[in-house]
Design a protein around this ligand. Structure first.
Ligand code: BG6
Length: 500
């Protein structure tokens, strides 16, 4: 069958009610409602689908339906009516038992009129401070348990705690009300097609596996670079910083997929077991070496005369003396048979010169080059670059003979581009994840032990930074981060990619 095109069964949601807590919030408007819209448009939601918004802001069902359907434009009237028939809004405080009683009534009513079969997906899209009261409120109203043959599931946005201790506390609250198999912790990076393609490249092919280890790989660089600053999220970001906001979740998830052992299948438990094993093998440097293993930075005013960008401390909601890092880089090692001795460099930052997320495996130089050095100008080490975004695709970089009478070798590149290869379009990460949660497929969601391992890795570094009262290193907006980051990798005789 291999290689023969077959009809793939299209996935669609079962009858269910999606309940969004934080319904008047930014994430709901920007990501969740558009995802519901597209899923409905593509026929992934059944007629027996309902949507309930819960938030403190007073609003009627009609007003919420209007604001929802306003965002769900371009439909004919019958379609709008069909959707609107399943939209409700419950206004109330998250710690008020009455909110959950009214929610329970609404859900019962929807089961009766809409045929949603008692299936509920509770989506926590609130600030993290509301997670605990909402979970307790759901449990007190008995909404954490579904009746026989139905489901009750909880989707939780990040941040999942702010360190290992608080993640464990949150887990205790969650597990008091829900079993782990009812819990879907979101990392939207896992919803990206190109992140899932790391799995396809590694495990649906045979040619990469033999070179995917310490015998061939010199080192790996993972970059999540953003051109944007903190924008309007200064207040939130002040309490997060780059390490908590991006490294603890997105970067370590991508790293785990790129380095883990082959799972027997992509079924949720098998896949997540392999990620956990890999994360457990990540070694933290000892206390004395921590300073050399991680660097941070904060952007200052910069850019060009045409586009001058404010410094982080000048952004709205940011303390003018803030010590929050907007850039973080780390050197990690993985203590296992496959990766012993191979360094992994990861970095992320806001206000860098390019938006770019990639995983780059750099291979070792050949053991002997039968070519004089002066014929090798412009020859870099071989590399395989997985471009997560933008220009989604893969590059294989290698040396090729330069045309001409002499034997000169220069770096060339073989390119695979999603755009040029497929006519199919990539769904938005939230579409994919929302559909998976409705279906009950947890493969692309984070298990409790994964979250804890990720905090174990970043906690000592954050703690060290928080204790350190020396001035935070800075970098100009639109530059590639603080000079310390170059020293971090330079100490090993290596350089960051794309930093010229
Ligand atoms: C979010 C972070 O999780 O990811 C943001 O909180 C960041 O600070 C965003 O900008 C990046 O996501 P993407 O999909 O644009 O790479």
């Amino acid at each position: 069958m291999y290689g023969m095109p077959q009809m793939v069964q299209e996935r669609s949601a079962p009858p269910a009610t999606l309940v969004i807590f934080g319904a008047s919030g930014d994430l709901t408007r920007r990501k969740l409602l558009p995802a519901v819209d597209t899923l409905a448009r593509h026929g992934r939601l059944p007629d027996q689908f309902a949507l309930v918004g819960v938030a403190r802001t007073p609003m009627s069902d009609d007003q919420f339906a209007q604001s929802t359907l306003g965002g769900l434009g371009g439909r004919d009237l019958a379609e709008k009516r069909q959707l609107a028939g399943g939209i409700r809004y419950v206004a109330g405080g998250y710690d008020d038992p009455d909110t959950y009683e009214r929610l329970a009534e609404t859900l019962g009513e929807l089961d009766a009129v809409r045929g949603t079969s008692g299936n509920r997906l509770f989506y926590l899209s609130t600030p993290a401070g509301a997670f605990e009261p909402v979970i307790n409120g759901l449990a007190a109203a008995g909404l954490n348990r579904a009746r026989e043959g139905s489901f009750s599931r909880l989707v939780i946005e990040k941040p999942y705690g702010r360190d290992l201790a608080t993640a464990r506390e949150l887990d205790a609250v969650v597990h008091h009300a829900f079993d782990e198999n009812q819990v879907f912790r979101i990392d939207h990076y896992l919803g990206k097609d190109t992140v899932q393609n790391v799995l396809a490249l590694r495990f649906a092919n045979s040619i990469f596996q033999p070179i995917w280890d310490r015998s061939w790989v010199d080192h790996v660089q993972i970059t999540v670079a953003e051109t944007l600053g903190v924008g309007t999220r200064g207040g939130f970001y002040e309490h997060a910083g780059a390490m908590r906001d991006i490294v603890q979740n997105h970067v370590l998830q991508v790293l785990a997929l790129a380095l883990m052992e082959p799972p027997a299948s992509f079924e949720a438990e098998g896949l997540r077991n392999e990620k956990v094993k890999l994360l457990q093998a990540i070694r933290l440097p000892g206390d004395r070496d921590l300073a050399d293993a991680a660097v941070r930075g904060q952007y200052t005013r910069g850019g060009t005369r045409e586009e001058l960008m404010a410094g982080y401390r000048e952004e709205a909601g940011v303390d003018p003396l803030s010590r929050t890092e907007t850039y973080a880089a780390m050197r990690l090692t993985v203590d296992n048979w496959r990766w012993a001795g191979v360094p992994f460099y990861v970095r992320t930052g806001k206000r860098l010169p390019a938006r770019l997320t990639e995983v780059a495996l750099q291979f070792q130089r050949p053991p002997h080059l039968p070519i004089p050095d002066d014929q090798l100008t412009g020859l870099d080490a071989d590399a395989l670059i997985l471009r997560i975004q933008p220009n989604e695709g893969i590059s294989l970089r290698f040396g090729a003979k330069v045309p001409g009478h002499s034997f000169r070798v220069r770096t060339a590149s073989m390119e695979f581009s999603y755009d040029q290869t497929f006519v199919e379009e990539s769904p938005e990460a939230y579409e994919r994840l929302l559909l998976d949660a409705l279906i009950g497929d947890a493969s692309l969601f984070i298990r409790s032990d994964e979250v804890q391992e990720c905090w174990r890795i970043v906690d000592p570094i954050i703690e060290r930074w928080e204790k350190d009262d020396s001035p935070i290193p800075t970098y100009e907006a639109a530059s590639w981060g603080p000079a310390d980051a170059d020293r971090l990798i330079g100490r090993d005789g290596r350089r960051w990619r794309n930093t010229s």
